[in-house]
Design a protein around this ligand. Sequence first.
Ligand SMILES: Nc1ncnc2c1ncn2[C@@H]1O[C@H](COP(=O)(O)OP(=O)(O)OP(=O)(O)O)[C@@H](O)[C@H]1O
Ligand SMILES: [Mg+2]
Length: 322
Amino acid sequence: MNPFHSVSLITSNKEMLGLIERINRVADSNSSILIIGETGVGKEVFADYIHRLSNRGQNPMVKIGLSALPAELMESELFGFEKGSFTNADHSKKGMFEMAHTGSIFLDDIDDTPLNIQAKLLRVLESNEIRHIGGTKPIHVDVRVICASKVELKDLVERQAFRQDLFYRLNIVQLRIPPLRQRKEDIPLLVEHFLKHFAKDKKLDVSEEVMSIFTEYNWPGNVRELRNVIQRASLFAENEITLSDLPDDFSKLHNLDKLIKECYHCFTSGKMDMKDVIRCLEEKLISEALTNADGNQSEAARKLGMKLTTLRDKIKRLNIQI
Ligand SMILES: Nc1ncnc2c1ncn2[C@@H]1O[C@H](COP(=O)(O)OP(=O)(O)OP(=O)(O)O)[C@@H](O)[C@H]1O
Ligand SMILES: [Mg+2]
């Protein structure tokens, strides 16, 4: 089966392709997989990919976000409960582990699991048995565990916020997904992919300027942030996504970036010495702050992080036209 049919995992990055290669080798084993990566890098995409590729791919994939659940609910969600086991339990309910039987369970934000649940998880993983809350008989479960963490679980182990034995049990195969800023070659591919997704009929493209801004930006929200930017821009743009279709932050960043490049050019070409470059940069930053503040000097001073009197001195000294 070609896994790309069911899950889009777009990449041309060597490290990412290495991860896929490793997954291809371990998908069919039942070993637990720990996926580590910043927010939005594609941890869930990888989890889906692993499940689909494995020989459990046609069986259930059950996902549970452990940070979204209060601790009391977590246990009943994971392991189920018997009728009458607590107030309001007027029926019995299967837990996620039972629902994932013969398939995989995706434990998202495993780093947010409270210690008492960690102990119970470990017991289930060691015995392949669960017990409903309020239940007495053990229930056999055959489940492949894939979990995701935003932080180094090992650090949590050192700080005693995560059980070492559970860490070893989960960390059989570890996949580290690099942030988007470390695999910029993926940006054009992802842009194309999201454009196809969000603007199928529009035949949209992105301008060269926008693509170069995308490549320079550091994407703290990773692929999710890029996806959102493309989704938003494709609503407004007609033939081409240009700078004006991007959130304001991008044009501000772009202006600053351009300014710094100009300064660098003036300096390296020998046009200006360091003193002149700094004077020119200062003048430009102050002029821009004044323009953005509609000439209001107090506001411009606040934005520049300087006293009003300092700003006034500089305006005079640099001969800035207001
Ligand atoms: N390599 C990729 N190819 C295609 N789409 C991707 C890729 N990586 C991420 N995405 C998309 O980016 C978005 C975020 O991905 P995902 O939800 O897997 O991130 P995450 O690491 O689980 O984030 P979080 O830590 O915030 O839960 C999703 O819409 C997903 O489809
Ligand atoms: Mg996720």
